[in-house]
Write a protein that binds this ligand. Structure first.
Ligand code: FES
Length: 115
């Protein structure tokens, strides 16, 4: 018994069984046996699953369709998310202030300066 996905305790036999049920992509394997759904999001097992699909379906690795990724692909500290939110909010405020200010070119010229 070889463990392929150590996050989800998925064995090579389970992956091969999923392929024999008709799975041909990494995403299909993921849906059937949960390989790639652990905390590492498949960073460790994705390549092993591709190799097994390649071997079982007798396809070159280049023809194995890559899995879909959903952000964030790795844990992101919430402070970083909030810092980005605040930066974006400050930028939006500056834009709003700039668009609310009257345009300098549109100001009427002071009296007495015209010839
Ligand atoms: S080893 Fe498969 S999801 Fe982490």
């Amino acid at each position: 018994m070889k463990i392929v996905c150590r996050c989800q305790d998925v064995t090579e036999e389970e992956v091969v069984a999923a392929i024999r049920q008709g799975a041909t992509t990494i995403d299909e394997i993921k849906r059937l046996v949960r390989a790639g759904m652990g905390p590492c999001q498949g960073r460790t097992c994705r390549r092993l699953v591709s190799q097994i699909i390649s071997r079982e379906l007798k396809k070159p690795m280049a023809e194995i369709y890559p899995p879909t990724f959903r952000p964030p692909n790795r844990p992101v500290p919430f402070a970083l998310v909030m810092a980005e939110y605040e930066r974006q909010a400050a930028e939006d405020r500056k834009k709003a202030e700039k668009s609310a200010r009257p345009d300098k070119a549109a100001k009427p010229a002071k009296e007495g300066k015209h010839p």
